[in-house]
Design a protein around this ligand. Structure first.
Ligand SMILES: [Mg+2]
Ligand SMILES: [Zn+2]
Length: 186
């Protein structure tokens, strides 16, 4: 059964460095999953504005054996609960569990996770706002004709400083709260 979209349609968020603080040691448990200030309220803002919020996330820590599916589910329960407490909703979370050398088609910058969401909702990805802090998030979005948006949290400042030619036109915001405020206002 295809997923149902709310009136403003789909928005896709990266997780680490956009919603929660990223870590070089990987985020391995709910205790380590700590939201960036304003990000939970920002998701609620998007929900209330009529967006269906999905998350697409590379989680190579699974392939590396640093945490398991159960820990990942627990992290996402925490995320969803915090968002729900602010009156918002995360509709769907898609994850690449593979490592960088597994040759999968879902690890960003590959567009597999976005394509999975497109199949689920039965939509085209053209123009779908896709928010990330890393180059690979923007590349995945660009590959499928979505609308790449960069935030300066996580790796975002480094990413902004090293944007390749074909991504010089991406929209950039200080954080998810600022991006959400703009998207909710139009
Ligand atoms: Mg990230
Ligand atoms: Zn993958």
């Amino acid at each position: 059964m295809p997923g149902r979209l709310t009136k403003k349609g789909l928005i896709v968020l990266d997780r680490d460095g956009v919603i929660n603080h990223d870590s070089d040691q990987f985020v391995k448990s709910p205790a380590e999953w700590l939201p960036i200030a304003g990000s939970i309220a920002a998701i609620a803002t998007l929900s209330k504005a009529g967006y269906t919020v999905a998350i697409s996330s590379n989680q190579s820590g699974l392939a590396r054996g640093l945490f398991d599916r159960r820990a990942l589910r627990a992290m996402h329960r925490k995320l969803r609960k915090l968002v729900a407490a602010e009156g918002g909703r995360v509709d769907r979370i898609v994850v690449c569990p593979h490592g960088p050398n597994d040759g999968c088609s879902c690890r960003k910058p590959k567009p597999g996770l976005l394509l999975r969401l497109a199949r689920h909702y039965g939509i085209e990805l053209r123009g779908v706002p896709t928010i990330g802090d890393s180059l690979r998030d923007l590349q995945a979005a660009r590959t499928v004709g979505a609308r790449p948006i960069l935030v300066r949290t996580g790796n975002g400042i480094d990413t902004e400083l090293s944007l390749p030619e074909n991504l010089h036109d991406v929209e950039v915001f200080d954080d998810l709260a600022a991006a959400a405020a703009m998207l909710a206002s139009v």
